[in-house]
Design a binder for this molecule. Structure first.
Ligand code: SF4
Ligand code: SF4
Length: 135
């Protein structure tokens, strides 16, 4: 079993279609909805954790792409600019998942994209704007 966190962008004409539920059923996957929104452009946005056999996850992603959904790995959309980060620690207290954490010995702040759920809370609290979300 594996988990893959992906960002799904649905064009307007797919908003009322059961694309995600069909993919999950067809490929025998579990899922966690981490975030769901309609963007300003009336595009549907969903951050999803897909759980299952790696080949099935790949199959579901491929099938959703064929239906017209844009699918990207979450790590491509939530990024920290390490050059900008000053290790101030302001983000650590707000991050709900521990994706941002300080090393007790070095006082360096690390970002673990695997634990990130793309909530976006860290973006406005980061003084040098090192954290960004591109959706
Ligand atoms: S987007 Fe949310 S979960 Fe991800 S690092 Fe920022 S605060 Fe943590
Ligand atoms: S708030 Fe920004 S600058 Fe401060 S530790 Fe977090 S990512 Fe780095």
């Amino acid at each position: 079993m594996a988990e893959s966190r992906v960002v799904l962008h649905f064009p307007k004409d797919l908003l009322d279609q059961p694309v995600t539920s069909t993919a999950i059923r067809r490929y025998d996957l579990g899922f966690n909805i981490l975030r769901a929104d309609i963007t300003q452009d009336q595009e549907g946005l969903m951050v999803l954790g897909l759980v299952g056999e790696p080949a099935n996850i790949e199959g579901a992603i491929e099938w959703m792409r064929e239906q017209g959904v844009r699918v990207q790995p979450l790590e491509q959309d939530v990024v920290r600019d390490d050059e900008r980060c000053t290790d101030c620690g302001a983000c650590i207290v707000v991050c709900p998942t521990g994706a941002l954490a300080m090393d007790a010995a070095t006082r360096e702040v690390s970002f673990d994209a695997e634990q990130c759920v793309a909530c976006g809370i860290c973006v406005p609290v980061c003084p040098p704007r090192a954290m960004s979300i591109s959706f």
